[in-house]
Ligand binder design. Structure first.
Ligand SMILES: C[S@@+](CC[C@H](N)C(=O)[O-])C[C@H]1O[C@@H](n2cnc3c(N)ncnc32)[C@H](O)[C@@H]1O
Length: 255
């Protein structure tokens, strides 16, 4: 496994921060998308399988319209590009110009749409050429939270969905779920093994957690999508995924 050249955990990342990482030639693809190598190397096949289990039409049908919001530049979008090419799907990739430049152009299926989503939702919809059958936004929502209004994000995503279309807003760090896990003996053992610390990990309750997505935020997003006509579910990740004990997936389905 490669050694990190930056302390990614100390970076306060947002859309602009990722633009800088994309241009940093010292970084691996996983580091450019903000992940220490241990969080992604060797896990992409399992992550992609979990995504396809929640967006099954991607692998079962042909000629769909697909959007990836925040694809980054590592293995997941490459797997999605290949799948879309094989199934004849139209794929729009929406990220910064610097990140998109690191992804291949697959002439028949890929259109790149540079800019900050959801502000550029109109351009993404125009590039797609019709309503979306599948929208993937994986490990991005916590950055959209920093730059934009999450209700605007839900509104724009729901507005793009075709009937029976699905949006998977995946790999969301849920502060409440994290606290629930680390309050258990299994969570404490996980913390000791990860940090090497012997002492108990104190969990703070009844304290503000600015900038963190928690149960309250996710419940609000579910209700926002439901009010706009979508079914909405909070789902666990496959337990084999590296952050399944503290992350959730939000699935929107237009009936
Ligand atoms: C942690 S990476 C995830 C990449 C990829 N989805 C994956 O899981 O491998 C976050 C990505 O989202 C992009 N991003 C962040 N905020 C965004 C926004 N508002 N609109 C579009 N892309 C955004 C970043 O540039 C970065 O490529």
């Amino acid at each position: 496994m490669s050694e990190p050249v930056l302390d990614l955990a100390s970076l306060e990342l947002d859309y602009e921060g990722f633009r800088r990482l994309a241009l940093d030639a010292r970084l691996s693809a996983h580091e450019k998308i903000g992940f220490p190598p241990a969080y992604r190397e060797g896990f992409e096949a399992a992550i992609f399988a979990d995504i396809l289990a929640k967006l099954p039409r991607l692998a079962a049908e042909r000629g769909l319209r697909v959007v990836d919001v925040g694809p980054g530049c590592a293995g997941l979008p490459r797997r999605l590009i290949e799948l879309c090419q094989a199934r004849g799907h139209t794929l729009v990739l929406a990220d910064s110009p610097e990140m998109l430049a690191l992804l291949p152009d697959a002439a028949h299926v890929t259109r790149k749409c540079a800019g900050l989503f959801p502000k550029n939702a109109g351009e993404v919809g125009a590039a797609l050429g019709g309503p979306a059958d599948a929208i993937l936004c994986y490990s991005v929502l916590h950055y959209i939270y920093v730059d934009s209004n999450l209700f605007d994000f839900i509104d724009a995503t729901v507005a793009m969905l075709a009937p029976q279309g699905r949006a998977l807003i995946g790999d969301i760090p849920n502060h409440s779920k994290r606290r629930r896990f680390f309050a258990t003996e299994r969570g404490q053992a996980f913390h000791r093994a990860f940090t090497g610390a012997a002492e108990a990990y104190e969990i703070a309750y009844d304290t503000p957690a600015p900038g963190k997505i928690d149960d309250a935020v996710l419940t609000g997003l579910i209700q926002r999508a439901q009010a706009a006509g979508c079914d909405a579910y909070l789902l666990p990740q496959d337990a084999a995924l590296p952050m399944a004990n503290r992350r959730d997936d939000l699935l929107l389905i237009r009936p």
